[in-house]
Write a protein that binds this ligand. Structure first.
Ligand code: FES
Length: 539
């Protein structure tokens, strides 16, 4: 695995591969000539600053730079590609306006012969240059360029995972609220990429989508540095610091744990605890734990600290919904569940139309005698709420912000459940929190369902269900990265549940309905009405 930034060597052009490719007299009456050599097309310009050679192919969309306009800027010779007005320094190939750089070749004249140095840079230099170009593309939030630069990085022989490592290391401290959908979706995109070993376009798309999302999330953001402190590892103290929103203390414990080699499993356990400490952030706090550790296991040490710092910040800053009235019964239900004698499990139908308070009460009374049995019931109840979601709520104009729901909110009942299963099977001490928070989702989503489930329910959730969706998931056509992330993560979570024996027709049907949309989230008139009503009450 190549994780280190390659050392940038200075090419020794005196020792290069100088090839005579033209004669001075070829320029008679011309300020540019085209040279064709071993599949390359190089344009050589004659300027009052001497000869300059660059690739003829514009690195943007491939139009010929020989058709460009020569000029000067700050004493430099510049070629402008007239298709989209990109400008290149003829000496270095640097892009002065636009995006990608063009390759420039050293030129010298001996007698009347024009020689070009065609020496290819060593792979390590090419890889370093490709990573530098990737940085530029990320900084510019230029997703089209990202496709080209990641393709160039792979072509330079780099480990393609270096692109993702680089993206994470570039962005983790530009996230004011920590870990977000871009990282979470990256774990799913990379897993999907594994399924297509023979499809270069899909494999590239699966790398670039999460990078473009990271760039979009952090464009024009300042750096929100994490405290540079390492104290001592203490899991309970870390949890307390996160709960107290004390980033300095939490960072000190975390950095010390990483310094002291605390195992990934111990770290995942403590993050599962902080993620489930509250019913928080619409379940993201828990979903992100599973995705962070999937990424760490795949990408290794270079991303461990960045991802865990970002995850810690997300847990610190997450809104704690169990502290607002709708979910305030959560704390009492947690106490009750841990001591309840238990009894027969309810059915998914028993949860129909229950509000959060009643869903919590029903769940707590079950106790912890059969957590996986109760998990199955709650998963089915959540899946029913997705399958029966009343999409008319998405278009309502006269609703309060709390009732401005959409498909993305609804799907968290499923993605959160999958994360609960993954974490609580590893750490059974957390079942009570996981199950009760699933009940919170059941109660909150039930309010936005219709009486029956529309559409044709599949007879079963087969192992062909997910593979049949993949190509349309990848080619999602969504402008908003957050929507694309949900299109990726929701079926992926459902498939993970199926593989573990929790698939069902209602689960497949709910996800199918979500994918069919509508997925347009912006409701400008509703937002305008809410703003007007709110501002009218300002003092
Ligand atoms: S093709 Fe040259 S700038 Fe677009």
């Amino acid at each position: 695995m190549s994780t280190e930034t390659p050392t940038l060597e200075t090419p020794d052009h005196n020792a290069g591969q100088w090839v005579p490719l033209a004669r001075i007299q070829d320029f008679a009456g011309k300020d540019r000539i085209i040279i064709r050599h071993e599949g390359k097309q190089i344009v050589v310009f004659q300027t009052d600053n001497g000869l300059h050679a660059i690739d003829n192919r514009c690195p943007h969309e491939g139009y010929p730079l020989r058709e460009g306009t020569l000029g000067k800027a700050d004493g430099r010779c510049v070629i402008t590609c007239n298709w989209h007005n990109w400008k290149f320094d003829l000496t270095t190939g640097d892009n002065l306006y636009g995006g990608d750089k063009v390759r420039a070749y050293p030129v010298r004249v001996e007698g009347d012969e024009v020689l070009l140095d065609l020496t290819d840079p060593p792979p390590a230099v090419k890889q370093r240059q490709a990573l530098d170009n990737l940085t530029d593309a990320m900084d510019d939030n230029d997703s089209e360029r990202l496709f080209r630069e990641v393709a160039r990085l792979e072509r330079a022989g780099a480990d393609p995972m270096d692109a993702i490592r680089h993206g994470i290391r570039m962005t983790f401290d530009k996230l004011e609220f920590g870990f977000g959908h871009a990282y979470a979706a990256a774990a799913d995109w990379l897993a999907i990429r594994d399924r297509f070993p023979d499809s270069p376009d899909i494999r590239l798309a699966c790398l670039v989508e999460p990078l473009a999302h990271m760039a979009d999330d952090t464009v024009r953001e300042e750096t929100y540095a994490y405290p540079d402190v390492a104290t001592e590892w203490d899991a309970d103290a870390f949890v307390a610091a996160v709960d107290a929103e004390d980033e300095a203390a939490a960072t000190g414990h975390l950095r010390a744990g990483l310094r002291d080699g605390v195992s990934l499993d111990a770290l995942r356990h403590v993050f599962a605890r902080t993620g489930l400490l509250h019913y928080a952030a619409f379940g993201h706090a828990v979903i992100y734990v599973t995705k962070a550790f999937e990424l760490i296991e795949r990408l290794g040490a270079p991303v461990t600290e960045p991802l865990l710092l970002a995850l810690m910040r997300h847990h610190l800053r997450a809104r704690r919904e169990d502290l607002i009235p709708e979910f305030r019964d959560y704390a009492g239900a947690l106490t009750e569940m841990r001591t309840a004698a238990g009894g027969p499990l309810p059915t998914p139908e028993d949860y129909r139309s229950l509000n959060v308070k009643k869903a919590l009460s029903l769940t707590a009374r079950c106790g912890l005698g059969d957590p996986e049995g109760l998990f199955r019931v709650l998963l089915e109840a959540n899946a029913w709420n997705t399958a029966a979601f009343d999409v008319s709520w998405m278009a309502k104009k006269d609703v309060k912000p709390d009732n401005s729901v959409n498909w993305l909110d609804n799907t968290h009942g499923i993605t959160f459940s999958e994360a609960v299963l993954a974490l609580c099977r590893r750490y059974p001490d957390l079942w009570a929190e996981g199950l009760l928070q699933m009940a919170c989702f059941v109660g909150r989503n039930a309010a936005y369902t219709r009486p029956g489930v529309p559409g044709d329910m599949p007879a079963e959730m087969t192992e062909e269900w997910y593979p049949a969706l993949l190509e349309s998931m990848i080619d999602h056509g969504q402008d908003a990265f957050i929507v694309a992330a949900h299109v990726i993560k929701t079926p992926t979570a459902a498939e993970a549940l199926r593989r573990q024996g929790f698939g069902s027709p209602i689960l497949a049907h709910g996800v199918n309905r979500f994918l069919a949309g509508p997925l347009d989230l912006r409701q400008v008139r509703r937002t305008a009405k809410q703003a007007l009503a709110f501002v009218a009450l300002d003092s």
